[in-house]
Write a protein that binds this ligand. Structure first.
Ligand code: API
Length: 287
């Protein structure tokens, strides 16, 4: 057995991640995909929704964050992942309380205040309001991408969400996620307004291929859709996820939606070593 690489496991409101300090960029993308798939797998691996990598920045900012989903696909951005990454960087002395980092979707600004981390999300690059899903389903979706290229999100109103068995949502999410309207697939966010400015959200995540306990960019997409429909009172909304509450604040609506903040708690779960036996066909970058 060989100790391969130190890891930190964290969760942001129940969205859980394995974090690797990959500033030495010792693994090629092909291997990173394998590490993500093997270690995120529950039961046989550590178990997580995704693998987060802290890499050197190619620009002026503090560092770069990359996200590989549990199935090995690379995502553009991850809101809860970014909150965990910011806290990790702060605790490890890599970033200050206020930091800026790169993602495929664009720059993310973060503010760490104890366990609570607030991030400024990427501005939306695509908003398509209220399209029909298909003739069979009496549902409409709003499609939103945060960042450019952005994480794809469909927002779907769902009556009786709280009492709907997760298996049912999972089956519907899986079906919609591959819908032809979404060329790069989509995360499917089901929501129900709970009470004034409090919204229940359940997200079927692309790349995890399951309902996760919370999704940051998904929760923000729900808030944006509600704000555009005039269903939000004020600039802030509380999103009730299965992992706990998230707060979304929309700083500007006119002439376009921007300055969107995501705030919530982060938790350090464990630290240790990933062992070579856990990763199929592992190999390090040569030279
Ligand atoms: N859970 C993440 C989104 C991950 C995106 C991923 N599922 C993908 O579509 O590649 C969040 O908090 O924003």
């Amino acid at each position: 057995m060989k100790q391969l690489i130190p890891f930190t496991k964290m969760n942001g409101t129940g969205n859980d991640f394995i974090i690797l300090d990959h500033r030495d960029r010792r693994f090629e993308d092909r291997i990173l995909k394998k590490i993500a798939k093997s270690t995120c797998r529950r039961g046989l691996g550590l178990g997580a929704d995704g693998l987060l990598l802290l890499e050197p920045s190619r620009t002026e900012v503090d560092f770069t964050m990359r996200i590989f989903n549990a199935d090995g696909s690379e995502g553009e951005m991850c809101g809860n992942g970014a909150r965990c990454m910011a806290r990790y960087a702060y605790v490890k002395g890599i970033g200050k309380e206020h930091m800026i980092f790169d993602t495929l979707a664009g720059h993310v600004e973060a503010k760490v205040q104890g366990r609570e981390v607030s991030i400024k999300l990427n501005d939306p690059s695509v908003i398509e309001m209220k399209k029909n899903i298909d003739l069979e389903l009496p549902m409409v979706w709003t499609y939103i991408e945060l960042g450019n290229p952005g994480v794809p999100h469909a927002v779907v109103s769902f009556k009786g969400l709280q009492d709907t068995p997760l298996g049912e949502l999972q089956a519907l999410g899986r079906r919609l996620r591959y819908h032809e309207s979404f060329p790069k697939g989509a995360n499917i966010n089901f929501y129900e307004i709970f009470e004034d400015n409090s919204v229940l959200v359940r997200t079927y995540e692309r790349g995890v291929e399951d309902i996760t306990l919370a999704c940051g960019t998904g929760s923000a997409s729900v808030a944006i859709a509600l704000a555009l429909e005039g269903k939000m009172k004020g600039a802030s909304v509380q999103i009730l996820t299965m992992g706990g509450p998230l707060e979304i604040n929309i700083g500007q609506m006119v002439p376009k939606v921007q300055n969107i903040y995501l705030t919530g708690e982060t938790t350090f779960v464990a630290e240790g070593w990933i062992c070579d036996e856990a990763v199929e066909e592992f190999e390090e970058r040569r030279g």
